[in-house]
Design a protein around this ligand. Structure first.
Ligand code: FES
Ligand SMILES: [Fe+2]
Length: 347
């Protein structure tokens, strides 16, 4: 729970708890967000319930119990709770429902959108936004699928990794981008709640089979965007949206060095879209596991050294902006001022 207390305004967000498809009716699940154990279950009406995973009686995890009549029954002495956290039955008290202590188990606001179950981790009366809009689900010509990945690192360093171009020629050598020493320029903008990077990179190319992604060699538009507190969206668009490949990630902090990442891969490859499907799953899995590997090594070193002690160059500008926004939110300080900067680097 220490993590929650130290996260300041970062907790004010909708955090993905899992794919909608992974919550079946009547089965309790335990998840953890900001080190807070939660029980999640789907009721018969299809709605999702989320409670703190802690029985009021002797604090046993409710998620080890059973769902009966849409309520969760604690595995220890059978205290039974509805989706609001109200205890509805204590077996040892027989018919005396008036003996039920009136303290509720804390419940959490929950919603389902775009294939994900989202839990609001801030104060209930402060819900001021919607879940992050995962893109292109409905637009014609686009296909999509989710990847669910556990990373052994924290949200800040993960979103930096997802927005990082220079690592691609090392970590993903031969897979995503090869080293050619091309000069790349970009505009980096920090707003109140986002960091937006627009690359001038029309002569760059990204991995897997140019003939599939971009057979006509159309100019590529590449933008990387970070949205507070935990979302990134990377767009590669070819021509006037004739083809495209978009990687959208939303990160759910489990513990300081443990994060669940829900990645939506959206793609539009013209008539090759159905063909692409097979290779793409395999390819994106391979690439993401390379990032899992480097982020685990990074996380382990962070634990050994206790804190970050980073040196940065121009190509890290977006990372510094991300760090500044997340740090301000965590310490509940005023946001840094909006700023725009032109950068150059070579890959
Ligand atoms: S600990 Fe849950 S019923 Fe006793
Ligand atoms: Fe990567």
């Amino acid at each position: 729970m220490k993590m929650y207390a130290e996260s300041g305004d970062l907790v004010n967000g909708w955090y993905a708890a899992g794919l909608s498809s992974s919550f079946k009716k009547g089965t309790p699940h335990r998840i953890e967000i900001f080190e807070i154990p939660l029980i999640i279950w789907r009721k018969d009406d299809g709605c999702i319930a989320v409670l703190l995973d802690k029985c009021n009686h002797r604090n046993v995890p409710l998620s080890e119990g059973k769902i009966v009549n849409n309520c969760v029954v604690c595995p220890y002495h059978g205290w039974t709770y509805d989706e609001t956290g109200q205890c509805t039955m204590i077996p040892s008290e027989g018919p005396h429902s008036e003996r039920i202590p009136n303290k509720k188990v804390k419940s959490y606001p929950v919603t389902e959108e775009k294939g994900l179950v989202w839990v609001w981790m801030g104060k209930e009366n402060e819900i001021n936004k919607k879940p992050f809009p995962m893109p292109t689900m409905a637009e014609k010509g686009w296909n999509h699928y989710f990847m669910v990945t556990h990373f052994e690192n924290g949200v800040t360093d993960l979103v930096e990794n997802f927005m990082d171009v220079p690592h691609t020629i090392f970590v993903h050598k031969g897979w995503f981008r090869d080293r050619k020493q091309i000069r790349i320029t970009a505009k980096v903008e920090r707003t109140d709640d986002s960091v937006l990077v627009t690359y001038d990179q029309s002569n760059d190319s990204i991995g897997f089979n140019g003939w599939l992604v971009n057979p006509k060699n159309l100019p590529m538009k590449h933008t990387d965007k970070f949205y507070m507190p935990n979302n990134t969206r990377v767009d590669y668009i070819f021509g006037e949206e004739e083809r495209g490949f978009i990687i959208t990630s939303t990160c759910t902090p489990v513990k300081p060095f443990s994060t669940m990442v829900y990645t939506l891969i959206s793609y539009k490859f013209g008539w090759l879209t159905p063909v692409a499907k097979f290779g793409l799953h395999w390819y994106t899995k391979k690439v993401i596991m390379q990032d899992v590997w480097i982020m685990r090594l990074h996380g382990e070193n962070m634990k050994s050294f206790g804190q970050s002690d980073y040196r940065s160059t121009q190509c890290d500008t977006m990372h510094l902006y991300i760090e500044s926004l997340r740090k301000a939110a965590a310490s509940q300080e005023e946001n840094p001022k909006p700023i725009t900067k032109d950068i150059e680097f070579w890959v």
